[in-house]
Design a protein around this ligand. Structure first.
Ligand code: DGP
Length: 117
């Protein structure tokens, strides 16, 4: 845990968020600035800065299993498992990663394919 990390503070429930579901090593909450009708962030409880750092974490398999279980469960509960959804993880500044705590954006509920609708 990092004292000054926003998502660590959300995990510790020191900062309020709309938490949707939780697993032993990961939690899911709604993005404060949604880019789609469904926009959920799925984050490990442990402070892991990026995907690139995940490989050196001893329980990385358990964390990934919890994250992808949450993705599947939330896609069903939010009604986007059949229509489709996008799963995005930004890594680093150039990709637009603003919060240095690994997170997956689960986006759905609108057309995101090509050509734009
Ligand atoms: P990224 O740019 O990939 O690091 O995405 C960070 C996301 O975090 C961005 O879509 C907005 C979201 N966000 C920032 N601050 C908060 C917050 O305080 N609460 C919640 N729920 N989401 C936040």
């Amino acid at each position: 845990m990092a004292d000054d990390c926003l998502f660590c503070r959300i995990v510790r429930k020191e900062v309020g968020s709309d938490i949707i579901d939780e697993k032993p090593t990961a939690i899911a909450f709604r993005d404060v600035s949604p880019q789609a009708p469904v926009h959920v962030l799925i984050v490990p409880r442990e402070h892991i800065p990026t995907i690139a750092d995940l490989i050196s974490v001893p329980n990385s398999c358990e964390i990934l299993s919890d994250i992808f279980s949450l993705v599947n469960d939330i896609a069903v509960s939010e009604g986007i498992s059949q229509s489709g959804y996008r799963l995005v993880a930004n890594v680093g500044e150039e990709a637009g990663q603003a919060v240095d705590h690994l997170h997956f954006h689960l986006l759905g509920g609108r057309f995101m394919g090509w050509p734009p609708g």
